[in-house]
Each structure stands twice: as structure tokens, then as C-alpha cells.
Design a protein around this ligand. Structure first.
Ligand SMILES: [Zn+2]
Ligand SMILES: [Zn+2]
Length: 259
């Protein structure tokens, strides 16, 4: 029988509620065949904690980036991002992108910040982790204008249309599916999952948020990425082994191509 191996491609294990539980979180991962997790940075202040997780645990990796929802924080430069990103356990740049849902008004600063991340990613030749909410048109446009296809990346926690998925895939991006796919009202997303080829899919938890059914509303953790994979298997009418094998090999192809 095939040994399953899942990867949680997006989690925030340094956040309160998870950071104190790390031992049990790692045990639950092992018990659910979740072999690796990518710890995502959301601002430069928290970045040392995110990096420490990856330095202390062989099966954790880190990213560096400033989330679009952080409005009043000190500015940073492309060079700063590049410096941090040279670390061997930093495998991607983000999360970055646009969020016109949480913030409104003149968001030119968000678009500028997004462009800086793409430029840094191209300098270090590492893929991007993209957050987009109520901003798909501008997100795709900026990825195209900045030639993000040179590095590719992932559209994390994807909830957009198949058309947007196609535009992202045309730029070499992967589509990452979260626990939202298990929610009752997510039939549109399930239809997108049905259409996106298996060789473009990743899975994630976005822990501590978005716990899948049957844990909806509770604190999420990487072990639960298995429920996302089970839902994808059901939607596509394929085995859980196939989902595990493809999403894990997609993850390593994107983030650790030299392995
Ligand atoms: Zn996000
Ligand atoms: Zn996130």
C-alpha cells in the first residue's frame, strides 16, 4: 500500500493559538501523514519567528513578505526583501498581493508594495505566494506587467473564477485550495477544482483560519489539510493517493526544484 504524504503549502504557525501548541501540532501532522508545511510571513516584524520555525524543524519551510492588509507599517525596500530571501530555508516571496475587501480608499500603496515583492522574487529567482481578494483584475494585470511568469508561484486560498485560474496558470502559477472547498456554500469553488488540472493544484490550510468541515469555526492546523485533499479526490472522482502524490510533487517542483 502506498504511503500517503501531504504538504500544507500555507500556514501561520507563529500566530497566537498555534505557536504555543507546536509539539501537538507536529504530532498531529505526523499522525495524518502531513510531511511538510510552508510557514508564511505576513510582515517583517514577525519574519524572525517564521524563519525560526523553519530553522528549527527540518520539514518546515519559510517565506518572507508583507501582507496587503497591513496598512500602517514601516516601509521596506526591494533590497531588504532580497536580503532576507537569500536564506536557504526561505523558498518563496509573500504573502503578497491585493485585498480590496478588507481595505478601501486609495490603495495605490498596496499595488506598489505588490510590485516590490514581484521585483524581489525575480532578483532571487524564488516563486510568489499571492493573496487576492476582490481584486482579481488588478492582481492579474500587475503580475503580467511585472513579468511574474519569470518566477511563477501560487494563488493561495483560491476563491476566484475558473477564468482567473486560467489567467494565473498561463503565467505559470499554481492554484492552492483551502478548507473553503469543504464548505456547504462553496459550489462555485468545487466547480473550479473540477476544472483545474491536477498538475496545477496545491493544498493548504491557512492555519489558524478556515478550518475545513468537520472542524469549521475551530482553530485550523496543518494536519487538517488532509480533509482538503479528501474533498478534491471526491470532486475529481480520483483516489486520495493521487491527490496526495500530485499536490506534494507540485509543491516540491515549485518551491524546491533542486531537490
Ligand atoms: Zn492570504
Ligand atoms: Zn495566509
Amino acid at each position: 500500500m502506498m504511503q500517503l504524504n501531504f504538504v500544507d503549502s500555507h500556514c501561520h504557525l507563529n500566530f497566537p493559538g498555534l505557536a504555543e501548541q507546536l509539539a501537538s501540532i507536529r504530532e498531529n501532522m505526523a499522525n495524518n501523514q502531513v510531511g511538510h508545511a510552508l510557514c508564511i510571513s505576513v510582515n517583517l516584524q514577525d519574519y524572525p519567528q517564521v524563519l525560526a520555525l523553519a530553522e528549527q524543524h527540518e520539514n518546515f519551510y519559510a517565506t518572507v513578505g508583507i501582507h496587503p492588509d497591513y496598512e500602517d507599517i514601516p516601509e521596506f525596500t526591494v533590497e531588504q526583501l532580497v536580503d532576507f530571501a537569500h536564506h536557504p530555508k526561505v523558498v518563496g516571496i509573500g504573502e503578497t498581493g491585493l485585498d480590496y475587501f478588507r481595505l478601501t480608499g486609495d490603495l495605490e500603496w498596496q499595488r506598489e508594495r505588490f510590485r516590490k515583492h514581484i521585483r524581489a522574487a525575480k532578483q532571487v529567482n524564488k516563486p510568489l505566494i499571492i493573496h487576492t481578494r476582490a481584486a482579481a483584475v488588478d492582481t492579474i494585470r500587475i503580475l503580467q506587467e511585472e513579468q511574474a511568469e519569470q518566477v511563477g508561484g501560487v494563488m493561495h486560498c483560491f476563491t476566484e473564477s475558473y477564468q482567473v485560474a486560467q489567467q494565473a496558470m498561463a503565467l505559470g502559477f499554481y492554484i492552492s485550495i483551502s478548507g473553503i472547498v469543504t464548505f456547504k456554500n462553496a459550489s462555485d469553488l468545487r466547480e473550479v477544482v473540477r476544472q483545474v488540472p491536477l498538475d496545477r493544484l496545491l493544498i493548504e490550510t491557512d492555519s489558524p483560519y478556515l478550518a475545513p468541515v468537520p472542524f469549521r469555526g475551530k482553530t485550523n492546523q496543518p494536519a487538517y489539510v488532509r480533509y482538503v485533499a479528501e474533498e478534491i479526490a471526491k470532486i475529481k472522482g480520483i483516489s486520495l493517493e493521487q491527490v496526495a502524490q500530485s499536490t506534494t510533487s507540485n509543491f516540491f517542483k515549485l518551491f524546491l526544484p533542486h531537490l
